[in-house]
Design a protein around this ligand. Structure first.
Ligand code: GUN
Length: 296
């Protein structure tokens, strides 16, 4: 049976560390990092993610300014709000929850955020910084996966990491992060996607297999090398009449059979999800310190 990589426990540990750092920042510098959260519409998953982020911020001592709008909110109004938040010295980070309704051009909105307040790491400037290995803001999910590996003493350097999924928020930035030349990276990375032929032959080569396809049952035991480390990024809602909410969450990996074969595996829920939020908190703290001239 594989070791269970609990993102929930690690996130708790890291948030305790942040709490201590934030108490010190407040005492020494009278600094309370502030995150602006913008939510348009009422997509149930987005509402739930935003709630989780607000709760986590409150827990460590980050102030949240929430801006919630109806689904028909105009693109121009959103761009105006972002321009105001960009110049507001009391706002350190700006997060616009995705997806946005159809009338709003997501790219335009993400490009409008000041890269120094882009705590999601989605602005092309930060994507470019990640590409060349320069300091910047790294998206929470890939960063959280890297920390989940390193803080569980799983060597990344020299390993073959296979990533299933090429999204701009997980697959691509994770590949960029793990090929960098440093001790928490230095991996050989392969990305599989919907155009990949014989995907199971490639996933079987992985020392570390990261599955971010957004589709349940994407990876079964036959696609995994014995002893591999498996990180499941999937968050899929499936109907479950026994639950009060009417659904439960499952990942992209067949957990029961793969956990018999892997040396370590992250569960869903309680795996990557809490790590994603933790790294968002990390980015907000860094942004606040940088904007106040306080060294990391
Ligand atoms: N929607 C799904 N994941 C994310 C995320 O990490 N950040 C934002 N802003 N929206 C998302």
């Amino acid at each position: 049976m594989a070791k269970i990589l609990s993102g929930k426990d690690l996130a708790q540990t890291m948030r305790e560390e942040m709490k201590t750092e934030l108490a010190e920042l407040k005492e020494k510098h009278n600094l309370v990092p502030t995150l602006a959260v913008v939510l348009v519409g009422d997509d149930p998953a987005s509402l739930s993610y935003v709630k989780g982020k607000e709760k986590a911020c409150a827990e460590v001592g980050i102030e949240v300014r929430k801006f919630k709008f109806e689904a028909d909110y105009a693109e121009g109004s959103l761009l105006k709000l972002i321009a105001e938040l960009n110049t507001d010295p009391d706002v350190n980070g700006i997060l616009v929850q995705l997806p946005l309704p159809d009338q709003i051009n997501e790219e335009k909105v993400l490009y409008a955020i000041d890269p120094e307040k882009d705590v999601d790491g989605f602005h092309p400037i930060n994507v470019g910084r990640l590409m060349i290995g320069a300091p910047g803001y790294v998206p929470g999910t890939p960063h959280g996966i890297q920390k989940m590996l390193s803080r569980n003493n799983i060597e990344i350097s020299g390993k073959h990491v296979v990533i299933v999924g090429r999204s701009n928020i997980v697959g691509k930035p994770l590949a960029l992060l793990l090929i960098q030349k440093n001790k928490e990276a230095n991996a050989t990375v392969t990305i599989c996607h919907t155009g990949t032929k014989n995907i199971g032959e490639i996933t079987k080569l992985a020392d570390i297999l990261v599955v971010a396809a957004g589709r349940p049952h994407t990876v079964n035991a036959g696609m995994v090398k014995p002893g591999a480390v498996v990180i499941d990024v999937g968050v899929n809602r499936v109907e479950d009449a026994t639950k009060k909410s009417g659904f439960r969450l499952i990942g992209d990996v067949e957990f029961d059979e793969v956990s018999e074969k892997a040396s370590a595996i992250s569960p869903v829920p309680g795996g990557v999800g809490p790590m994603t939020i933790t790294m968002l908190l990390h980015n907000v703290i860094r942004a606040a310190k940088k904007q106040s001239g306080i060294k990391d």
